[in-house]
Design a protein around this ligand. Sequence first.
Ligand SMILES: CC(C)(COP(=O)(O)OP(=O)(O)OC[C@H]1O[C@@H](n2cnc3c(N)ncnc32)[C@H](O)[C@@H]1OP(=O)(O)O)[C@@H](O)C(=O)NCCC(=O)NCCS
Length: 170
Amino acid sequence: MALFIRPEVTEDRDAIRRVNRDAFCGEAEANLVEALRDLGYVEVSLVAERDGLVVGHLLFSAIGIITGTTTLNALLLAPMGVLPEYQNSGIGSQLVEQGLIRCRDLGHQIVLVLGHPEFYPRFGFSPELARPIESRFGGDDAWMGLELRPGALQGIQGRVEFSPPFLALS
Ligand SMILES: CC(C)(COP(=O)(O)OP(=O)(O)OC[C@H]1O[C@@H](n2cnc3c(N)ncnc32)[C@H](O)[C@@H]1OP(=O)(O)O)[C@@H](O)C(=O)NCCC(=O)NCCS
């Protein structure tokens, strides 16, 4: 059956809440999505739709990387969820692939993620690229970076300035 990946629209909001709540078995990520949206930090928000039902959701929001000399604009990939009964059929992968294309098309250069270290490297994320960038959430190999512009993270050392909705989680 056809799967459509498309930007979220206002009418999707309840369905996005349901996807995040069911995927993460709790309200925290659903609340995070709404706070990021309400406060204007969302850069790319995609839904996966099958037979008229929103079955997956992926968000990229704005963060800063504070270096010794400047603050670089970057994106954080989080959260991403797929309804449990639709997982492991490639929907999450399509969301990431199309999300990264959209971020690149919008001119973004750097994406960071704290996520499953077995999943994200297949899209080009690497823990080595993120290691010089300190995050209050730690993560070791689960903390990964991706360059949408080749070389965008070369020589970059600093720490992440998270948006208030993420700071509220810590
Ligand atoms: C992670 C998630 C979004 C992936 O979506 P999906 O549609 O199932 O992903 P795909 O079918 O494209 O890919 C499945 C791959 O993700 C991997 N994966 C899923 N959950 C995982 C987990 N908890 N830990 C590690 N890998 C995981 C699967 O093992 C599978 O790997 P394989 O292709 O090598 O077999 C989905 O499983 C989900 O919503 N999980 C619960 C919420 C969550 O953990 N969100 C991500 C936070 S980083």
